[in-house]
Write a protein that binds this ligand. Structure first.
Ligand code: ZN
Length: 173
């Protein structure tokens, strides 16, 4: 291992001790779910407040993270791991926690489910769901931060569902 010479006091004069390492080299400790150890994805407090079905008196001045592990009941946890909210504490069923369910929303803003995506594919052989969502996003209609438990855009999940349903039906992508 090389020393970070840019930070060494003996080669730098006073006032020249700023580290030259690019920000990417400074690893932030990932927040891990206190139940399963899965890596959490940071969510804003707006998302947590919108999604909780319990009193918001529990909300602290803390960073909150989303646990996407399907085998874990925790939806949100605080950065220090001392506080968790499970699937029973949120207002919506959580897509990531029910990987086999057909009737759980994958797109919360425009109410698409694996079943509705499958239905369109059965009827027409094609899926327009990604285009429909994209048009909604362009029209400023989406509200992922307050509708989707993961607090961010659903398109990655929707694409995965479309591919999985297509593959299951033997349709070519
Ligand atoms: Zn977890």
């Amino acid at each position: 291992m090389e020393d970070c010479s840019c930070c060494r006091a003996d080669t730098a004069g006073a006032g020249e001790m700023a580290c030259q390492l690019p920000p990417a080299a400074v690893k932030r400790t990932p927040a891990l779910c206190p139940v399963t150890g899965s890596k959490g994805k940071r969510v804003g407090q707006t998302t947590v407040k919108a999604m909780l079905a319990v009193s918001l008196a529990a909300i602290r001045d803390a960073d909150y993270f989303f646990c996407a592990d399907p085998d874990c009941p925790v939806v949100y946890f605080s950065a220090d791991g001392l506080q968790t909210f499970t699937v029973d504490d949120v207002r919506e069923r959580v897509f990531q926690k029910e990987p086999q369910a057909e009737d759980v929303f994958v797109c919360y803003c425009f109410r698409h489910t694996p079943a509705s995506i499958r239905q369109e594919l059965l009827e027409s052989g094609t899926s327009t769901v990604v285009e429909a969502i994209t048009a909604g996003i362009r029209a400023g209609q989406c509200g992922c931060d307050i509708r989707n438990p993961q607090g961010s855009c659903c398109l990655g999940n929707v694409n995965a569902v479309v591919k999985s349903v297509r593959d299951g039906m033997g349709l070519r992508s």
